[in-house]
Design a protein around this ligand. Structure first.
Ligand code: SAH
Length: 363
């Protein structure tokens, strides 16, 4: 029933505009207020469609917790300190951060936590998981308190919509989502199509005009990074971005995952997870104007090792029941091994020049 409704809405939009941009399609599929993927189900975890680092092991959130505390100490323990998480999913990362740092009461007293979550159902889940902590929720990045701020984003930017462009026969075309059979109103089948670009996005000017080359641009990522950069320039602090990504805007990276398997991105609208590789180079460029320090891109495996994941692994193993050890070992490997998430996932830090260098990224 729900699938038909979303498909109907998408078809209507396609008819009205003679095809919709990929970003509009992704937005409808993922965050439509009634039928969007994130709106109507709990997608993350072993029982969901995909699994993220905080869901694999508590070690991930605990180490990020240490990272945040270190940043607070490096800012001379300000009595008011803002911690913002973008796209908190099941709330597991924040829960692990707060549990692991519980004994540092001065830090907890200083914390003002803001969670940025568009999905009402995930907000509800986060409110249950994080009950008792003073947290405020927002649907998008806006009006953060003007105090030293740490912003964390794990697998948030890959969930934001993108547009795709291709250079063909001497002109730029946009890849759009269209209907396979325009004349058959009964048909639900979608397809990709091409549309002439009328207003060229600024970024396209700097791209090489190579026949059939696909380029990706995300104005949502840009909007968020500009907000973060402006905020960090005004206030002390840093942003920690962890995601799977690439260092350019080249190629088609759109993927659809349903039930832990790849699927057709134009099928299962609102029922499969659509995501893209994050273009870290674009993120660096967007924040360049703000006179901030942008760190090198570090592999997740190296980052976690430098924060002490192996030591934490051993400490947790000591009191662990025998049956749980195999999963514990597998989780460690999954997070740090280069042929698992250790290399595909990257970490980038952005900070105010006056803030101290970031552990695991600069020192
Ligand atoms: N960080 C979590 C979840 C990643 S999934 C983890 O590591 O497990 C992406 C998260 O971003 C979800 O919580 C989703 O609802 C949220 N999200 C997606 N698009 C968003 C948007 N445009 N604005 C705010 N939150 C968004």
């Amino acid at each position: 029933m729900e699938k038909i409704n979303l498909n109907k809405l998408i078809k209507e939009a396609i008819f009205k505009k003679k095809g919709i941009s990929l970003s509009e399609y992704m937005k409808m599929c993922m965050t439509h207020p009634i039928y969007g993927y994130y709106t109507k189900q709990y997608p993350i975890g072993f029982k969901g469609d995909f699994i993220t680092s905080p869901e694999i092991s508590q070690m991930f959130g605990e180490l990020i917790g240490l990272w945040v505390v270190q940043a607070w100490v490096d800012h001379d323990k300000p009595p008011e300190f803002s911690l913002v998480e973008l796209g908190p999913g099941n709330g597991t990362l924040m829960e692990d951060i707060l549990r692991a740092t519980k004994s540092i009461s001065e830090f907890h007293k200083a914390l003002k936590i803001t969670l940025i979550e568009i999905s009402p159902s995930l907000q509800k889940l986060q409110k249950q998981v994080l009950k008792g902590y003073p947290i405020s929720w927002k649907k998008n990045l806006s009006n953060l308190p003007n105090i030293p701020t740490i912003i964390i984003a794990n697998e948030f930017f890959d969930a934001l919509p993108i547009k795709q462009f291709v250079f063909k026969k001497n002109e730029w075309m946009e890849i759009i989502v269209s209907l396979k059979d325009y004349n058959n109103t009964e048909s639900d089948e979608l397809c990709f199509g091409l549309k002439k670009v009328t207003t060229l996005p600024q970024e396209l000017n700097s791209f090489k005009q190579k026949e059939n080359q696909i380029y990706e641009i995300s104005s949502e990522i840009k909007k968020n990074i500009l907000f973060i950069s402006k905020h960090l320039k005004k206030n002390l602090g840093a942003c920690l971005i962890i995601d799977y990504g690439k260092n350019n805007n080249i190629g088609n990276s759109l993927q659809s995952v349903k039930n832990h398997k790849y699927s057709d991105p134009l099928k299962y609208q609102g029922e499969s997870d659509l995501s893209c590789l994050v273009n870290f180079e674009a993120i660096k460029n967007y924040s360049k104007e703000y006179n901030l320090v942008v760190t090198n891109l570090i592999n997740q495996g190296d980052f976690l090792k430098s924060l002490g994941i192996k030591e934490r692994f051993i400490a947790l193993s000591k009191n662990m029941e025998k049956e749980k050890i195999d999963t514990h070992v597998a989780s460690l490997k999954r997070l740090i091994d280069y042929n698992q998430m250790g290399k595909l996932f990257k970490v980038l830090g952005i900070r105010n020049k006056k803030s101290s260098p970031l552990i695991g990224l600069e020192i």
